[in-house]
Design a protein around this ligand. Structure first.
Ligand code: F6P
Length: 341
């Protein structure tokens, strides 16, 4: 079998572990040939690919990013690709395509699959918001980075009696904010799922200071927003690529808290630091398992599906099911977090 693999969308720690696993399982387990398309679907459309063998994937397990490069999708080019999917597969002589990516990539994968290309998807996103899998690799790494940042920020916040507002990634779902906020002992967490009241945050900080605590850390997802009338704020805009660009809710909230509290507040935007660098052990293992199962699915002819973690098992779920809805933080998870503020 000849397998084509590509990584598309925003990068994520663990992508290289999937590529490595696909190559190992395919070559040593089945005697397959593997080629990697460069820069996501662009490589598929433009014919930029290279052979991947055991040496090509040696030493990449612990490396962040993706050796194949990645790119966000241009939807108009994708339609073009879907229309010529079978033709492209024939042209490159591939029997199956394994795209590794998030919501946009999996939607594209579904279009290609519907157009006749044999596809087995692998989900990835640090946001952990793909509904049909319990976890995505990259999330654990991002949560670890944000947690460590909060641990560090607490000592400097305490020295200066400041309020730290830490903005983490998460456009539509607040999983990183929730879990890093819990692990990092944040005193307030703001999620996209639930508009926050600035008055509640002001009260929390005042109460902490009243009982002798001289600092506070608030963890805010980039997609969080205040409740109507809670504070004035500038909303995000859609950029030329169709992606939402945020105005920095962390910065806006820090300014507002400083004004209302009369205490120093500092915003810290973690940004792409959360996506860079070496994946955690958990993410390397999950990514490796996804790669193994993707190759096995390809050999069973289990096309139009993607790998998913269900409990401790890896299952194959239809691509159609994978992209229908976003997995959001349920209210009870937030209640658990609030009890330890
Ligand atoms: O979807 C993953 C993600 O990391 C989001 O959390 C974040 O909003 C976005 O990608 C950033 O995208 P870009 O790399 O295009 O700035």
């Amino acid at each position: 079998m000849r397998i084509g693999v590509l990584t598309a969308g925003g990068d994520c720690p663990g992508l290289n572990a999937v590529i490595r696993s696909v190559v190992h399982r395919a070559m040593t387990g089945h005697g397959d040939e593997v080629i990697g398309f460069e820069d996501g679907f662009k490589g598929l459309l433009d014919g930029h690919f290279r052979p991947l063998d055991l040496n090509a994937v040696s030493g990449i397990l612990a490396r962040g990013g993706t050796i194949l490069g990645s790119a966000r999708l241009e939807r108009n080019r994708l339609r073009e690709a879907a229309e010529s999917a079978s033709e492209l597969a024939r042209q490159y002589g591939i029997d199956v395509l394994i795209p590794i990516g998030g919501e946009g990539t999996l939607t594209a994968a579904r279009m290609l699959s519907d157009a006749g290309m044999p596809v087995v998807g692998v989900p990835k996103t640090i946001d952990n918001d793909i509904s049909s899998t319990d976890r995505t690799f990259g999330f654990d790494t991002a949560v670890g980075v944000a947690t460590e940042a909060m641990d560090r920020l607490k000592t400097t916040a305490e020295s200066h009696q400041r309020v730290m507002v830490v903005e983490v990634m998460g456009r539509h779902a607040g999983w990183i904010a929730l879990e890093s906020g819990m692990a990092g002992g944040a005193h307030g967490i703001c999620l996209p799922e639930r508009p926050f009241e600035v008055d509640d945050l002001v009260k929390m900080v005042e109460e902490r200071f009243a009982r002798g605590k001289k600092f506070a850390v608030i963890c805010v997802a980039e997609g969080a927003h205040p409740a109507e009338g809670s504070m004035e704020y500038a909303k995000g805009e859609i950029d030329q690529f169709g992606h939402e660009r945020f105005q920095g809710i962390g910065t806006q909230l820090a300014v507002e808290l400083e004004r209302r509290l009369g205490k120093e507040a500092r915003p810290v935007i973690l940004g792409h630091v959360q996506r860079g660098g070496t994946p955690t052990a958990y993410d390397r293992v999950l990514a490796t398992r996804f790669g193994w199962h993707a190759v096995e699915a390809a050999h069973r002819g289990d096309f139009g599906r993607m790998t998913a973690l269900r409990g401790t098992h890896i299952e194959m779920v239809p691509l159609a099911e994978a992209v229908t809805q976003l997995k959001r933080v349920p209210a009870d998870r937030m209640r658990e977090a609030e009890s330890v503020f």
